[in-house]
Design a protein around this ligand. Structure first.
Ligand code: GLU
Length: 296
């Protein structure tokens, strides 16, 4: 019998730690085009689970910027700060299956042992209160050592990270990115994750969580990262400038050229919608540079 493919569901998941800069717009445009070129849905999720790193007004500014660039999302925007119930439900499931444990190691202790957590709290039976929660990866028989990225090809993960029982809830009570991102992607039915290559190493941890939760692992596409010098990413932290909302067309064209899709002169370019329409029709991952970073 002919098996139909599940519908494509993609997403863009910015953290509101500042306005969108060129690098984050690359992830927005790339994920949008991957979804729309496959008649998929493209959802937006604001990853606001880290209030200390949140910049006031950034969530709204990010959404306004997406609209200014013609990047209209499907359905309602999802806010991670409203998802605590879902995170708690998974945490209780992991706790009852003894797949996580409380860890009292301080950052200083971990630094002193070379920057790696060595699993010393795994059997310590520490109280949950006032401690971080770590996943217990020892229960996984087949460790994730590599994965297939649809753009970058086979990605071999850093061996020191493979055994790492990473934190899923911080000591201060905040949910960890790796936990929240997986729970939300499962809940939203995301079939493919398209994001910047700065997150490539987190993928191994996230795949381990999918395995523990018995959920279907999505496809991955890690787009080249915009850097100012080798290894130096443009980020909200190093004050990357916000993209221009008033005159978006030149930046949109730069982003498309960065992604290997320069807009030909004959294409109607009166609005971002014109340009995106051309880009959706002409988008191909084969034309996107297979690089982890590109210097601007
Ligand atoms: N919120 C993350 C960021 O802005 C991206 C998460 C993801 O795409 O998996 O860096």
């Amino acid at each position: 019998m002919h098996q139909t493919q599940p519908p494509y569901i993609g997403r863009f998941a910015p953290s509101p730690s500042g306005p969108l800069h060129f690098g984050s717009l690359v992830a927005a445009v790339g994920s949008y085009l991957q979804a729309k070129s496959q008649q998929g849905s493209w959802q937006v999720r604001i990853e606001d689970i880290d209030p200390p790193r949140e910049v006031k007004g950034a969530s709204q500014d990010i959404l306004d910027t997406l609209k200014a660039y013609g990047l209209y999302w499907d359905g309602d925007v999802i806010y991670q700060h409203q998802q605590s119930q879902a995170y708690e439900a998974v945490l209780s499931e992991l706790t009852s299956r003894q797949l996580c444990y409380a860890c009292s190691c301080t950052r200083k202790m971990i630094k002193e042992q070379g920057g790696y957590y060595l699993g010393q709290c795994r059997n310590a039976n520490n109280p949950i209160t006032n401690n971080a929660l770590r996943i217990n990866l020892h229960s996984i028989t087949h460790k994730t050592t590599q994965f297939e990225d649809k753009l970058q090809g086979l990605v071999k993960l850093d061996p020191t990270q493979i055994e790492d029982d990473f934190i899923i809830k911080r000591k201060d009570g905040l949910y960890a990115y790796n936990l929240a991102v997986v729970i939300d992607d499962i809940k939203q039915g995301v079939t493919e994750v398209v994001r910047g290559a700065d997150l490539i190493e987190t993928t191994g941890k996230q795949i381990s969580l999918y395995q523990l939760l018995g959920a279907k692992i999505p496809h991955y596409v890690h787009l080249p990262l915009a850097v100012t010098a080798p290894g130096l990413k443009l980020s909200k932290q190093n004050h990357a400038i916000a993209v221009n909302k008033e005159n978006p067309i030149p930046t949109l064209k730069q982003v498309l050229a960065f992604l290997g899709h320069p807009v030909p002169d004959h294409v109607e370019q009166k609005s971002c919608t014109d340009i995106l329409q051309w880009a959706v029709q002409n988008w191909s991952l084969n034309d996107v540079p297979k690089q982890l970073e590109i210097q601007l």
